[in-house]
Design a protein around this ligand. Sequence first.
Ligand code: UDP
Length: 436
Amino acid sequence: MVKRIAILTDHADPLAPIGGIEAGGENVYVLELTRSLAKLGWVIDVFTRWSSPKTTRTARISPTVRVVRLKAGPIDHIPRDQLFSYMPEYVESFFQFLKETRLDYLLVHGNYYFSGWAGLQIASRLGVPFINTFHTLGAIRHLALGDRDKSPKERISIETEVLQNAYAIIATSPPMKEDMIIHYKAPAKKIIVIPGGVNLNRFTPTPQLLARRVLHLDPNIFLILYVGRIERRKGIDTLLSGVNELVMRFPHLRKKIRLIISGGAHPSKWGKIPDGPEKEELYRLEGIVDQLRIKDVVRFIGAVNREYLQYYYSSADVTVVPSYYEPFGLVPLESMACGTLVIASDVGGMKWTIKEGKTGLLFPTKDPVSLADKIQYVLEHPEIRKKMRENGIERVHRFFSWDAISKQMSQCYEDMLIEFYYKKAMNGKKQSDLPQ
Ligand code: UDP
């Protein structure tokens, strides 16, 4: 029998264009993790919601990893926060697929909280263990965003249910594990910390001049880069205010300072941007740019194809990750892997992945003046970039390659399966009842 497992990721199709509408870290996580797990002998079906008529019901990531798109609501984009009412249909479509294929899964691995909810139902009906990776936590998101948090009201209770009832939980960083225990009273012993990773074949340093030539960027500018989805939680407004502060301090350098914001839908690439929170945030940010009169400094370029992303990182003098809340954050690691200094807000997983002053710089979240101070420091001390470059590359290679992370995940699956089936075999018997 093959070691076949089911991975659930309702809103994050791993084959969707990354960086586009609501497609980001979770899509990348599932894509890279499953590819690497396949090398360790796991055969994987990834179940996502069928969200585009342009896609087929099934598609291959590799010979032993397949994406299965389940009908749940209209085959069209639905903002992720509105998906919960379709999750019962997602579960039923899963069992319909199983009826057709008669496949057998050893375990179910969910992601985020809706797939966590579905995973609990599916694993219990299959009689297999269920493990869930959390990519963000509603309680912390709410603390960071306050009334501007538009998450569904049932979010925290669903997360609590998943944290209490899953067989095991993956937190992507130690701060996330702490948050689960403090804010959800999750049982510490079932939480395992396994981070996200970086594709080190893709994200490697390219000399800055060469990278800028590839992208036709001016070799003489000081380039500040943002990479990520366009979402309120990402704190792009702090970055705009920070850059404004910088150009006010150095009016004579205005022509030399550039901020590139990559990610999200862009009218030139997507035509009409679908209505939803991302469109609202993009328009809000464009309004801030107008208000601050920094249109000449800032460029929104929409989602960058992953083939080109490494050149953006290598072109940049600094990558800024200004999130209000970032439970893990793949972008800082990708930037470090390309040898580009990261300045990030001191929140969540980034307090752990970035070693302040060694592999990057941290600033107090939502504080544009402190951010401007850090950027100014880098601008005035080019040697600092050189110093941190090697440390960053070394840290990513040592701890965050997908090869290393998939080994940890594979071990975690095996341990969990052995324990689960051992307990089942014992069937309530005590060790002393077994034949000696
Ligand atoms: N990304 C991309 N193209 C873009 C913007 C983002 O491929 O234009 C990718 C980025 O490289 C990273 C992911 O989207 O792998 C974002 O992950 P992260 O963990 O930083 O944020 P999340 O989306 O999970 O909030």
